[in-house]
Design a protein around this ligand. Structure first.
Ligand SMILES: Nc1ncnc2c1ncn2[C@@H]1O[C@H](COP(=O)(O)OP(=O)(O)OP(=O)(O)O)[C@@H](O)[C@H]1O
Length: 770
């Protein structure tokens, strides 16, 4: 490169003051020292390099520190995490959705490790979380020496399986199956609301119908030996000629399906014998000349008309039997138990009259059951006297006058005359009908169970006045049960459910005591419990239990306390009547009352299309009283007269039947003045005569049992989901009775939210179709 020339006149200063800056290369200098000199230590680059270098040191130092810290800490955190299963529900939900490290973090963040060592406490008792404490504790753990990991593979320690239960819990699996079954059977959704007592007690109902309702033969086999004992005992060991392995679960597919096959070998007609002439006459009168016995009646004709042989039954130890009659709704169970009962009463009365000159009226009841009008219908010829223990006939409501009693006994056939009960005379009655509580009241005296002290009492009130408690007078017993020979418990599943079982058992025990053979009575008895050793109840009278459904609690009670019970079951038990069809109606998504109204109008339109002159009667079931009232109001506004009946309805509180009379009367017929629910005994015609009778009755499960609406009611609407399948069977069973056609319409949501539920119900109802 050419050197620049010095300006003219420039001296040596020029050269020293501004020498051109250029590197002086040492030819021996290494590349590294040159790089360090020029790139690192060069004054203009040095500050930047120092910055980069310190950054790198911090970065790698940090990684190393975190790694060491992590190695030490993660086992500690894992341990903590395991112990932190006490997480509250929200956090435990987080555990399930978060990936493990996050889970660890969540756990650590919320819980103090000092709590981990102690047993998890229930939520709510934990103190507020303390993160500071966690850090402190973890810090102390950090310094504890970690055992060095061996490079050699060591197999994990062998964990011995826990020893098996020395005594296996019998039935545990069954219980689990049972629970599943309960879930399957139950229409109820799980609810967080605490159950009220009545709801809890109804829980029994929602249980599975038992597989234990097998016929007696099957039952004996399972018990191993009971059958033998019973064989010795005499005729009560009769087995049922239906398929011996009938197992009646609601969803059991193996239930006998062919009626003709199942009634083989049973009487196919009402004949005399076994019926006595007068009774046969009455059956023909009530049911018509072509009536054939239903399966349960055929079973009754075969087994319940056997009179104990003189050898097995003596004056001092007569032979008594226990029967269960179980068959679907509307299958004629009332006749099945009334015929043998009435015939037996009549025959024993005739026998007694032959052997002694004792007058007929002993003043005591000889049978007790909760059904009267039907019995009265049957008794025109055989002349037995029936009385109904209801509010109208007992002193619990108001003073009974001779005229009131005369009214109450107006329909009693035979020689019965109303006596002056008030003057201490007795009322001879052959059949007493009533609820256990009403009969107990008549037996023990009015207000026998009153909890208030039976004396007058006064005390000072807070306001300074004096309060007076009225004296409670326990009434005189009105009847004696010493002569009771037959007891029928109709709707046995209800009368032995937790709400009523105590009164029912108490009444049975009272009758036994009155007859001089007391039986043990436990006030607080859980019928479903298997804990106690059962002591069979041997009542000194004939006992018939009648029911359309047998819940698990009843089956287990009968198995344990009534081993000698003869179980007679129709093949269609726990199914809908065969003549009942099911239909599903969809909510439109708008006003549900309007949907129901539309469906009602459709029924009547179809009636008109089919040439039916009288509109069909429709029974609508809701779950709540408020819903009943609202729907009633809506229909009334739309010009559909109806009867809305709830437990708090005025008429019901008065104990009157007129609401039913109004619904069941035909056009041109007046409302019954008194007595008969069907209005048959209406003599007085009234202003309602020319009015269009209501064709719709809306109610709750209040009317789902025991009432025979046939043949008036052909349509049942189920607008709210019933509590369980048993409830459904009883509601639907108000129609399609005694071989009459009927239809049950079930409302539900076909799509959208709630449609799964509808599908589920449809499936369950489908399983009930015979
Ligand atoms: N053999 C028969 N032939 C024709 N009709 C009958 C016969 N037996 C009973 N009935 C009629 O069947 C109807 C229903 O009878 P009942 O009330 O006894 O049935 P149920 O089985 O007790 O019903 P639920 O379980 O619902 O109380 C009655 O109207 C009765 O007159």
């Amino acid at each position: 490169m050419a050197r620049r020339a010095a300006p003219p006149g420039a001296g040596p200063a020029y050269y020293s003051a501004a020498p051109p800056r250029r590197a002086i290369h040492d030819p021996n200098e290494s590349a590294f020292s040159r790089f360090m000199r020029e790139e690192i230590w060069a004054p203009e680059k040095l500050p930047g390099n120092i910055g980069i270098l310190s950054g790198l040191v911090v970065f790698f130092g940090g990684i190393a520190a975190v790694r060491t810290w992590g190695e030490l800490m993660i086992p500690a955190f894992t341990e903590l995490s395991d112990k932190m299963s006490l997480l509250a529900s929200s956090r435990s939900a987080a555990r399930h959705v978060l990936v493990p490290p996050a889970e660890l973090w969540v756990s650590c963040f919320h819980t103090s490790p000092s709590r981990q060592a102690v047993k998890p406490k229930p939520r709510g008792s934990l103190p507020p979380p303390s993160r500071t404490k966690l850090v402190k504790d973890v810090a102390s753990k950090k310094w504890s020496k970690k055992p060095k990991k061996s490079s050699r593979y060591e197999p994990p320690p062998v964990v011995e399986p826990p020893p098996k239960d020395p005594v296996p819990h019998e039935g545990r699996q069954d219980m689990r199956n049972n629970e599943k079954e309960v879930l399957r059977m139950n229409f109820d959704r799980p609810s967080r609301r605490p159950r009220r007592r009545s709801e809890t007690s109804r829980k029994e109902d929602v249980g599975p119908l038992p597989s234990s309702l097998s016929l007696s033969e099957d039952l004996d086999r399972r018990r191993g030996g009971v059958g033998r004992q019973r064989e010795d005992a005499g005729p009560s060991t009769t087995t049922v000629p239906l398929k011996p392995k009938v197992v009646t679960r609601l969803t059991d597919e193996s239930v006998v399906s062919s009626r003709s096959e199942s009634v083989e070998g049973l009487p196919s007609e009402f004949t005399s014998p076994p019926l006595m002439e007068g009774l046969l006459e009455m059956v023909v009168d009530v049911l018509g000349p072509h009536a054939r016995p239903t399966p349960i009646q055929a079973l009754s004709l075969k087994h319940l008309f056997k009179r104990p042989s003189p050898s097995s039954s003596t004056e001092n130890s007569p032979q008594y039997h226990q029967y269960l009659l179980a068959s679907e709704t509307g299958s004629g169970k009332s006749i099945a138990y009334l015929l043998p009962l009435l015939q037996n009463l009549k025959l024993s009365e005739l026998e007694r009259a032959k052997s002694t000159s004792e007058p007929r009226d002993s003043g005591n009841r000889r049978a007790s059951n909760p059904l009267s009008s039907f019995a009265k219908d049957l008794l025109h010829v055989v002349k037995l006297r029936v009385m109904c223990a209801s509010r109208a006939n007992t002193q619990s409501r108001q003073r009974v006058t001779a005229s009131k009693m005369a009214e109450a006994f107006e329909n009693v056939e035979g020689e019965f005359t109303v006596g002056a009960n008030q003057r201490g005379k007795t009322h001879p009655v052959d059949v007493l009908v009533g609820t256990p509580s009403k009969i107990l009241e008549a037996v023990r005296g009015r207000k026998w169970d009153h909890e208030e002290p039976k004396f007058e009492d006064t005390w000072d009130t807070e306001e300074g006045g004096r309060q007076r408690r009225r004296k409670v007078t326990v009434g005189e017993p009105q009847i004696s049960l010493a002569d009771v020979e037959w007891v029928v418990v109709d709707e046995a599943d209800v009368l032995f459910d937790p709400d009523f079982q105590e009164e029912t058992r108490m009444l049975l025990a009272d009758i036994s005591a009155a007859r001089g053979h007391p039986v043990p009575f436990e006030q607080e008895l859980d019928l479903a419990t298997q804990e106690k050793e059962p002591s069979p109840l041997d009542y000194p009278f004939n006992l018939i239990l009648s029911t359309a459904t047998v819940p698990a609690s009843l089956a287990s009670y009968l198995d344990r306390y009534h081993p000698a019970l003869t179980r007679l079951a129709s093949p269609n038990l726990h199914h809908l009547p065969r003549t009942l069809t099911t239909e599903y109606a969809a909510w439109s998504g708008g006003n549900r009352d309007a949907d129901i109204e539309q469906r009602i109008r459709r029924v009547w339109y179809e009636d008109a299309q089919n040439g039916v002159s009288e509109k069909s009667k429709i029974l609508v079931f809701c779950n709540k009283s408020a819903r009943v009232e609202n729907l009633g109001e809506h229909l009334r506004e739309k010009g559909i007269p109806n009867v809305a009946l709830t437990s708090s309805s005025e008429e019901r509180l008065r104990g009157s039947n007129h609401h039913l009379d109004g619904f069941l009367r035909e056009k041109g017929e007046g409302v019954a003045a008194k007595g008969d629910a069907k209005g048959k005994s209406a003599v007085k015609k009234d202003a309602t005569e020319d009015k269009e009778p209501p064709h719709v009755m809306i109610t709750t499960s209040l009317l789902s049992r025991g009432l025979d609406f046939s043949p008036s009611v052909k349509h049942v609407f189920i607008v709210d989901e019933p509590r369980n399948l048993i409830d459904f069977l009883h509601r639907a069973g108000r129609s399609g009775r005694a071989g009459e056609s009927g239809k049950v319409v079930i409302f539900g949501k076909p799509k959208g939210r709630g449609s799964n539920r509808t599908r589920e119900i449809r499936q369950k109802v489908g399983a009930l179709v015979a």
